[in-house]
Design a protein around this ligand. Structure first.
Ligand SMILES: Nc1ncnc2c1ncn2[C@@H]1O[C@H](COP(=O)(O)OP(=O)(O)OP(=O)(O)O)[C@@H](O)[C@H]1O
Length: 261
């Protein structure tokens, strides 16, 4: 007897790819207003299917017209999200890790920040925390962050605790904005980062929103020192680990900055 449904390997791959894409899309829009819009549109689509199944002509044709222009409307409404999503696909560290030219040609640069520099960095952060000096330090990994670097002042200086404390010293020209570190070098200071659009704790201000924002679409890590509370937090993959101790920060940095196996 002929099997009623035949499932090919490609069908399974197809379903898996759609599932991964939907999951990435969910992660991307979760907590944003786009999530509510998607739920609203999906409910409308389900309603339209029911209306069609019940053969309700008038309502069906009105909703059909609406759904007919739906794709165009979606592109217009979600223009910023679609742009961000495409950038995310292109710069996401997982994709970069798999397709990395460095890896292909065996020129992997190793750790973005060496163990010695991690210690200097952490010392500087806790010294800033003690004096309640606000700071925002981004460590770039595979993402180049050129767009953000270009908004600041290029320094290309060795990582040193005194330099970091000087940069963030209140009322100096470079204390506003973020420092970006790449390949063991302080590349730039006074950089402007994208703010997260997600619903975060209302107690978090712009510095913390910027720390989260840059890690949502890139594989960068961000250390943020609160000027108000003196607490130190670390943002990774759009999540903020708040009020962490010196030991935990060193541990997390060592773990996350290790080159991919
Ligand atoms: N988009 C941005 N990119 C980089 N730095 C930013 C950005 N927006 C704000 N900042 C920095 O954050 C500072 C303002 O921080 P704000 O007090 O709003 O944040 P916060 O999260 O409450 O931090 P704190 O706990 O230190 O007060 C600004 O002076 C500026 O240095």
């Amino acid at each position: 007897m002929q099997a009623f449904i035949t499932i090919r390997f490609l069908d399974i791959l197809d379903i898996l790819l759609v599932a991964v894409l939907l999951y990435q899309l969910y992660r991307f829009i979760k907590g944003t207003v786009a999530f509510n819009i998607v739920i609203g549109l999906f409910s409308l689509y389900l309603l339209w299917l029911v209306v069609r199944a019940l053969n309700m002509q008038l309502l069906g044709s009105i909703m059909g017209q609406f759904i007919g222009v739906g794709v165009l409307a979606l592109i217009i409404v979600f223009h910023p999200e679609i742009r961000k999503f495409l950038v995310f696909i292109g710069t996401n560290y997982n994709v970069n890790r798999v397709l990395s030219l460095d890896k292909l040609f065996g020129t992997n640069k190793g750790k973005a920040v060496g163990s010695e520099q991690v210690e200097i960095l952490v010392d500087a952060c806790f010294s800033l925390s003690k004096s309640k000096t606000g700071a925002l330090i981004v460590i770039a990994r595979n993402s180049e962050l050129l767009e953000q670097i270009n908004t600041g002042e290029i320094l290309n200086a060795q990582i040193s605790s005194s330099l970091l404390r000087t940069i963030f010293f209140k009322n100096t020209p470079l204390h506003d904005g973020a420092v970006i570190i790449k390949d063991n070098i302080i590349v730039a200071a006074g950089c402007i980062l994208p703010l997260t659009q997600r619903d975060v704790d209302k107690a978090l201000g712009l510095r913390h929103r910027a720390a989260i924002g840059i890690t949502e679409n890139t594989d960068a890590l961000t250390i943020v020192v609160s000027e108000e509370r003196g607490s130190v937090s670390l943002a990774i993959d759009g999540e903020l680990k708040r009020r962490i101790s010196k030991e935990v920060l060193i541990e997390l940095l060592e773990e996350d900055l290790s080159p991919p196996a």
